[in-house]
Design a protein around this ligand. Structure first.
Ligand SMILES: NC(=O)c1ccc[n+]([C@@H]2O[C@H](COP(=O)([O-])OP(=O)(O)OC[C@H]3O[C@@H](n4cnc5c(N)ncnc54)[C@H](O)[C@@H]3O)[C@@H](O)[C@H]2O)c1
Length: 278
């Protein structure tokens, strides 16, 4: 909630779960556009609690969707995830995951629930006339993100640097991710509000693949901290490679990620230094 302090006088806040029909009904009473980001998440959380994933991200989510259909909203943008791809088995060095390459191999409960919600969004467009889309985010990061140990590696590394703690890499550090700055994520949402998206899904991620080791070294460089990198055993649920082909978002939405990783990490680092208790 602290993240909303700057705008709290301009917005109306409803506190409650997406599974609480009455709260959701109230919250959606007068809206035109819904940016739906609520989810049970965090890499470790979702692996440790698969049934809670289904409870919140599938069951409660569908209670939310039902109320979307009862609301005056004309547009719904759903925060999906690159986790729907599971572990891509057949990606060559050149080929990145395209939206059509849905590979149902070692997908987590989180990925399955996101995929189910994407399908519901498609149905809402096809059968109920509300324009929807699903954004498959690839490692979004930036200021205001929570850096709990359950979650997001860029935030965790920066937080550790701030606290002079070592950076822990699981496995050999060659696994890749496509780190996408929060401003680029916002741009995609703003563009989609004004574009007919027809229930479709889009990769929202940079096409720059970065290894964990590169990320750790960048954090050391940007923070100027001489902290050590330590290696722990690879985690079975960590995907080896994650990078999307964002051609469809470019073509349909006119979206191009604009913030380079170095710039985004620097902005996040500066924010963290000024908000060290956040
Ligand atoms: N950050 C990423 O790299 C990333 C990647 C892929 C997908 N996503 C998706 O983007 C969305 C936003 O994620 P984020 O990174 O901003 O994380 P976040 O933790 O800041 O946002 C998730 C929000 O959902 C809320 N929430 C949890 N359970 C809820 C419930 N039952 N009812 C209502 N609210 C509930 C939490 O309080 C939190 O505010 C999520 O749907 C997430 O799955 C994020």
């Amino acid at each position: 909630m602290g993240n909303l302090n700057n705008i709290k006088d301009k917005i109306k806040i409803f506190r409650g779960s997406i599974g609480d029909k009455e709260v959701v009904r109230q919250a959606l009473k007068d809206v035109d556009v819904i940016l739906h980001n609520a989810a049970f998440l965090g890499v470790v959380n979702v692996v440790e609690n698969p049934w809670k994933v289904f409870q919140v991200n599938a069951h409660d989510n569908h209670i939310f969707f039902e109320q979307v259909l009862n609301s005056p909203a004309k547009k719904l943008i759903f925060a999906s995830s690159s986790e729907v791809y599971g572990e891509p088995l057949e990606l060559s060095d050149k080929k990145r995951t395209g939206e059509t390459d849905y590979i149902d191999y070692r997908v987590t409960a989180y990925g399955i629930a996101k995929k189910l919600a994407e399908s519901a969004c498609k149905v809402m467009y096809e059968n109920y006339g509300i324009d929807t889309c699903s954004f498959r985010y690839f490692n979004a990061y930036g200021p205001h993100q929570l850096s709990s140990p359950y979650g997001f590696v860029a935030g965790i590394f920066l937080r550790n640097a701030l606290e002079n703690k070592p950076l822990t890499i699981f496995g050999d550090g060659h696994q890749t991710r496509a780190f996408t700055y929060v401003q680029d994520v916002c741009d995609a949402n703003l563009l989609a509000i004004n574009t007919k998206t027809k229930g479709d899904y889009f990769n929202i991620g940079t096409e720059r693949e970065t290894t964990m080791l590169e990320l750790a070294n960048l954090v050391k460089k940007i923070s100027g901290k001489d902290i050590s990198i330590i290696y722990e055993a690879a985690r079975s649920y960590d995907s080896k490679r994650r990078c999307g082909d964002s051609e469809k978002a470019r073509h349909v939405l006119g979206w191009t990620p604009r913030v380079e990783l170095e710039e985004g990490l620097t902005k996040t680092w500066e924010w963290m230094q000024n908000n060290s208790k956040a």
